[in-house]
Design a protein around this ligand. Structure first.
Ligand code: NAG
Ligand code: NAG
Length: 196
């Protein structure tokens, strides 16, 4: 008994100090990343707009997003995707926000964009007409878009439980084949526990 208490205490210190380890034995932790805001960046010239966004919270806690995505120029290929990420411990009071990193992706972007196993695949697959490369100018419509949490969990690895309760702000910029800004989207995503 004493040994197991010591082990538990060690475990609690070594691992994350939230309740994940305790709960893990009973049932898996399920976290949903909910889109709270999706909008076009202000004061930049872009060829993809995000309009008429509606958020629908389902009974299980997952938010589904509908939006119009009018695109006014063909996109032959993506030369770069840049995501500037800020993380907030408390979604309400923004003095808890900290710049995390700017992630840059420069190769195989078309494949990444349309892949089934990326965090955004639940968004891209919800768009019609289907997004293919090259992306042709059209009035795209997104119905029931959501974050692919299986992919988020896989990428976050042991840090996944730490997402619970946090809010992430991301400014995502996509550059065209001439390295000119094509799209700039602001995302606010909160990570909440969902019921099984
Ligand atoms: C989008 O919003 C505009 C004004 O906010 C409205 O006039 C238009 O009907 C909406 N379009 C759709 C398809 O909901
Ligand atoms: C979107 O989700 C709603 C449930 O909120 C469902 O009734 C509807 O069939 C879904 N639509 C599509 C196109 O998946």
């Amino acid at each position: 008994m004493r040994i197991s208490l010591v082990l538990m205490a060690l475990f609690g210190v070594v691992h994350f100090s939230n309740d994940f380890q305790v709960n893990a034995a009973k049932r898996p932790l399920r976290i949903a990343g909910n889109f709270e805001e999706i909008e076009t960046c202000k004061n930049v010239k872009v060829f993809l707009q995000v309009k008429n966004v509606t958020y629908r919270r389902e009974k299980n806690g997952i938010t589904l997003v509908d939006a119009l995505l009018p695109t006014s120029k063909n996109l032959k290929s993506l030369s770069k995707i840049e995501a500037r990420v800020t993380d907030c411990a408390d979604g309400v009071s923004y003095n808890t926000c900290q710049y995390v990193n700017t992630y840059r992706f420069t190769s195989g972007l078309c494949r990444l964009l349309t892949s089934d196993s990326m965090a955004w695949s639940g968004v891209v697959k919800a768009i019609s007409p289907p997004v293919r490369c090259p992306v042709l100018a059209a009035n795209y419509v997104m119905t029931n878009g959501s974050l692919n949490m299986a992919a988020v969990e896989q990428f976050a690895g042991p840090l996944f439980p730490k997402l619970l309760g946090r809010t992430v702000l991301a400014e995502v910029r996509g550059y065209d084949e001439n390295r000119e800004l094509f799209a700039c989207i602001l995302l606010k995503i909160s990570f909440l526990r969902v019921r099984n």
